[in-house]
Design a protein around this ligand. Structure first.
Ligand code: PLP
Length: 396
C-alpha cells in the first residue's frame, strides 16, 4: 500500500510515477516536496537525543527530501530499502564494499560498465578480493566458475556498449545455491522495463543520473536491496558516510514524474532508428536487444517490458586499421547527435565505443562500434543526420 492508501500494484506505471514517494498534504498541499538541506537536526529533549527516538537525526542519515526519493525508488523496485549515493558508479562500488570481504571471490559480467571493471581490478584487488569476468551469455553454465569463496555475482543486462542480454533468473538460482549475493546494474531498463528483484536479484543498482534525472545535469546513484540484504547495505552506507544531496534528490524525484512518457518516446525513436540502420547495406550489425535478430532477443522478450533509447551499431568498414578514422569521420559529420558520454537526457548522443578491455567476449569485427543515445528530437531529423555520417565515410 502507498501512503495514501492506494494498492500500488493495481495502478498503472505512469499513475504510480505521478504519485509515488510524496504526499503533497504532508507539506501544505505543495505538489513537490521542499528541498530540505541539512547537517544538524535538533532534538527537543536530552532523552530523545540519547535514544534517537525521532525520524531524522543527522543530515547524512536522510532528510524528508532524500526519503521521498528513496520511498519512490522502493515502490518502483519492490525493494525493502534504498540508499542514495552521489553517482551511479558509487552505487556499484558501495554495493561491492557492502557484501565483499578480503579473501572473497566475485563474478562480474564481461560486458560490465567500464569503470566498474576498473574498480574491480584496482581497489577490490588491493583489498584482497579477486574478480573473474564471465561471458554475459553464460546462463546456468556460470556454475562452473564458482569457487568455495564466491560471495557476489554482478550482472548488468543489457551489457554496456554491446548490449548482451543475461539469463538473470538462471544466474540468480545458481548464485543462491552457492550462497552468493546477486547484484544488478539496471540502469538501461530502469525498473519500468525490468524489475530485478522480481527475477531473483538481491540488490538492484541504478545510475539515476540517466533516465530518472533525464536532463544531463544531475549525478546520483541508487542501491535497492531486498529484505534479507537491506541491513548490510544500510549499515555500509552509514559506515562510509557517502550520501546523496537533497537538491539532487529533489531533481531526480521531479524527473521520475515524467520518466514513463519520456522512456516511451526514447524507446519508439530508438527502435525506428535501429530498424532503419538494420535495413542498410553499409551497416554490418545493429546491437539492440529488441531487434528479433539480436542474440539474446528471446531473453529480452521473456523478461523485459520495454527497451530504452541507447544501442550500438557497426558501420561496415572492411580494414581493421581504418575503423578508428572512419568512426571519427562519421561522428564529425553529425550535427544533431552530439559527442558525449552520459546518456538518458533529451539530446541525442553518439560515440565510438572502446572495447579493448573485454576479457572473454570478442568485440564485433565488421567495423567500428558506434553507440547512439536517441534523445527526444524528431526521428526523421535524426535519420537525416545519420545519413550525413554514412555519406562522409563513403566519400572518405
Ligand atoms: C552511466 C552508468 C553508470 C555510472 O553512472 P554515473 O552517475 O555517471 O557515475 C553506471 N552503470 C551504467 C550501466 C551506466 O550506464
Amino acid at each position: 500500500m502507498t501512503k495514501d492508501g492506494n494498492p500500488a500494484r493495481s495502478l498503472g506505471i505512469n499513475t504510480q510515477l505521478v504519485r509515488t514517494g510524496y504526499d503533497p498534504f504532508d507539506y501544505y498541499g505543495f505538489v513537490n516536496p521542499p528541498p530540505v538541506r541539512a547537517s544538524t537536526v535538533l532534538f527537543p529533549t536530552a532523552e530523545i537525543m540519547d535514544t534517537h527516538a525521532q525520524k531524522y537525526t543527522y543530515g547524512t542519515r536522510g532528510t524528508p527530501t532524500t526519503n521521498a526519493l528513496c520511498d519512490a525508488i522502493d515502490e518502483l523496485e519492490g525493494s525493502a530499502g534504498t540508499i542514495l549515493v552521489p553517482s551511479g558508479l558509487a552505487a556499484v562500488t558501495i554495493a561491492f564494499l557492502a557484501y565483499l570481504s578480503p579473501g572473497d571471490h566475485a563474478l562480474v559480467a564481461d560486458s560490465v560498465y567500464g569503470p566498474t571493471r576498473h574498480f574491480c581490478e584496482t581497489m577490490l584487488s588491493r583489498f584482497g578480493v579477486e574478480a573473474d569476468f564471465y561471458d554475459p551469455m553464460i546462463g546456468v553454465h556460470i556454475e562452473k566458475l564458482f569457487r568455495p569463496n564466491t560471495r557476489l555475482v554482478h550482472t548488468e543486462a543489457p551489457g554496456s556498449n554491446t548490449f548482451e542480454m543475461q539469463d538473470i533468473p538462471a544466474i540468480a538460482e545458481v548464485a543462491h545455491r552457492h550462497g552468493a549475493v546477486v547484484t544488478m546494474d539496471n540502469t538501461w531498463a530502469t525498473p519500468l522495463y525490468f524489475r530485478p528483484l522480481d527475477f531473483g536479484v538481491d540488490v538492484s543498482i541504478q545510475a539515476v543520473t540517466k533516465y530518472p534525472a533525464g536532463h544531463s545535469d544531475i549525478l546520483m546513484g541508487t542501491v535497492s536491496a531486498n529484505e534479507r540484504h537491506w541491513p548490510r547495505l544500510k549499515e555500509t552506507n552509514g559506515a562510509l558516510g557517502i550520501c546523496g544531496a537533497p537538491d539532487d534528490a529533489y531533481q531526480v524525484l521531479r524527473g521520475l514524474r515524467t520518466m514513463g512518457v519520456r522512456l516511451e518516446r526514447h524507446q519508439e525513436s530508438a527502435l525506428a532508428v535501429a530498424r532503419w540502420l538494420e535495413s542498410r547495406d553499409d551497416v554490418a550489425q545493429v546491437l539492440h536487444p529488441a531487434l528479433p535478430g539480436f542474440p539474446g532477443h528471446d531473453l529480452w522478450k521473456r523478461d523485459f517490458k520495454g527497451a530504452s533509447g541507447i544501442f550500438s551499431f557497426v558501420p561496415a568498414v572492411e580494414r581493421k586499421q581504418d575503423h578508428k578514422r572512419k568512426a571519427q569521420i562519421f561522428l564529425n559529420a553529425l550535427t544533431l547527435f552530439r559527442l558525449g558520454y552520459s546518456w538518458g537526457g533529451f539530446t541525442s548522443l553518439a560515440l565510438h565505443v572502446n572495447l579493448f578491455d573485454r576479457k572473454v567476449t570478442p568485440p564485433p569485427t565488421g567495423g567500428p562500434v558506434l553507440r547512439l543515445q536517441i534523445g527526444l528530437e524528431d526521428v526523421s531529423d535524426l535519420i537525416a543526420d545519420l545519413e550525413k555520417g554514412f555519406a562522409a565515410i563513403a566519400a572518405a
